[in-house]
Design a protein around this ligand. Structure first.
Ligand SMILES: Cc1ncc(COP(=O)(O)O)c(C=O)c1O
Length: 449
């Protein structure tokens, strides 16, 4: 299927017209990078990101139909921007419906969520982790336990981060029904999962009834950093739909990047032109390669086709060592590493040859006969809250060595190593167990009150 690309078409025509640019930006279409001709501002005909009625509105409507949302808005400032807007709309919803200004959230939340909740003065209650919860992932204990927690906290929204940084995907089946019965909005940080919509069957949160969703197009689709989508689900209240752009405008720049808008526009054409089929084939190929790795004794975790999370300790390497070796000896650069994992993010627009090189390098490095490293990451521990994050964020605090921080309140937004699940978030009291976990992850000083 072919779809229109109104934004890029407009900008190309403008660039070809060789107009004398008596408007921003200051590079006037030339200068250093060679792409300045395509970098414009909101001139006549270029529409307006926060009240679109022309080329941006049309492009966003195409994106909405591809993603199957009630409405999709673009952001040129990442899922971080969208998450702030989702939380603002949650507060609007709470005010209007007489709900608690509280969000029930799984602990693997990105720091933007914590910051936004603090700035907007929204309380956060953390879901009680299930037995399998660790610093790697935070699956919901059970649908029944979720019902109990919703009954206990009466939140305005449930907030889930899925997929997480290590490729774990939350099982969303049955969750929407509970949220709907209780009048709770289902919000998803799907920053790592824009492409999930195009798998067969779709694994995208919108297809599990999510009400609002943040997707970083730039993380898994060929979109410039940090192009993102703000999707609204089909069940969303009309007044929230109407306020979507207002919510984004509260937190966004008044000079959105047209380069990023153009790439979001081009991504529609890329998706419409057989992406789903190509992705399906690529995912099958990746599965086969993963199977080969497993057969040769390499451990991989995670549920996401486009993320390979290798657990190198059984082969005698830390995640840091593996990433360093791959960089130094094979010029392969991983997305992330910590002591336990090395993460690779893949995309359908990669050549298959790259994957074969990665598999073969992993086998050569990891099967070189080292003794296993026998230790495992600590179990998830959520410290007690001591102060409201909304008051903590205005304190200057002081840095202390971790060994002297016991009993003090964390004054940083979160201590976020590894990125999957924060060890402590602002307002929580640092206890002995937290200190041990900080040490495991090599954190030696923290900011406290
Ligand atoms: C789980 C998660 N959520 C949100 C974000 C923020 O996304 P963005 O970089 O598009 O602002 C990130 C960034 O890495 C992330 O890992």
């Amino acid at each position: 299927m072919k779809v229109r690309t109104p934004i890029i078409d407009f900008v190309r025509a403008y660039s070809d017209s060789n107009a004398l640019r008596m408007h921003m930006p200051g590079h006037k279409g030339g200068c250093f990078l060679g792409i300045e001709n395509m970098d414009i501002t909101e001139i006549s005909g270029a529409d307006n990101l926060y009240s679109p009625s022309g080329i941006i509105a049309e492009s966003e409507e195409i994106a909405a139909s591809l993603f199957g949302s009630a409405k999709t808005a673009y952001s040129t400032e990442g899922s971080s921007h969208v998450i702030r807007a989702m939380l603002y709309l949650t507060k609007v919803y709470a005010e209007r419906e007489g709900k608690n200004k509280l969000i029930l959230a799984a602990r693997n939340a990105h720091k933007t969520f914590i910051t936004a909740a603090a700035i907007l003065d929204i309380d956060v209650a953390w879901l009680t982790p299930g037995d399998t919860a660790s610093y790697l992932s935070c699956p919901i204990k059970s649908v029944e336990s979720l019902r109990d927690e919703i009954a206990k906290y009466k939140p305005a929204a449930l907030y889930l981060t899925t997929p997480d940084y290590l490729g774990g995907i939350q099982n969303l089946s049955g969750i929407k029904e509970i949220c709907k019965q209780e009048g709770v909005l289902l919000l998803c940080d799907n920053a790592h999962g824009a492409y999930l919509r195009f798998l067969s069957p779709s694994m995208h949160p919108l297809d599990f009834g999510c009400d609002m969703c943040a997707d970083s197009g730039h993380k898994t689709l060929p979109v410039l950093t940090p192009g993102a989508y703000f999707h609204m689900g089909k069940d969303i209240k009309p007044y929230l739909l109407d306020m979507q752009k207002t919510a984004l405008s509260l937190f966004g720049t008044t000079s959105p990047s047209y380069l990023i808008l153009e790439s979001l526009d081009m991504a529609n054409a890329y998706i419409a032109d057989g992406y789903s089929e190509r992705l399906g084939q690529f995912a099958l190929f990746l599965d086969e390669e993963k199977e080969k790795l497993r057969e040769s004794g390499i451990s991989l975790i995670g549920d996401e086709p486009l993320k390979w999370t290798v657990k190198p300790k059984p082969c005698g390497f830390t995640g840091f060592e593996l990433a360093e070796k791959l960089k130094d000896e094979y010029n392969i650069v991983a997305e992330f590493c910590d002591s336990d994992f090395t993460v690779f993010m893949l995309s359908e627009c990669m050549q298959r040859d790259w994957i074969l090189k990665l598999s073969s390098a992993l086998i050569t490095v990891l099967k070189s006969g080292r003794e296993p490293i026998i230790d495992s990451p600590p179990k998830l521990h959520i410290p007690k809250a001591g102060m409201k994050p909304s008051s903590v964020i205005y304190s200057a605090g002081e840095y202390l060595p971790v060994s002297m921080a016991q009993g003090r309140v964390l004054c940083e937004i979160n201590v976020s190593c590894p990125p999957a699940v924060p060890i402590a978030v602002c307002g929580e009291i640092i206890d002995r167990e937290t200190i041990e976990i900080f040490r495991y992850y090599g954190i030696d000083r923290v900011k406290v009150i």
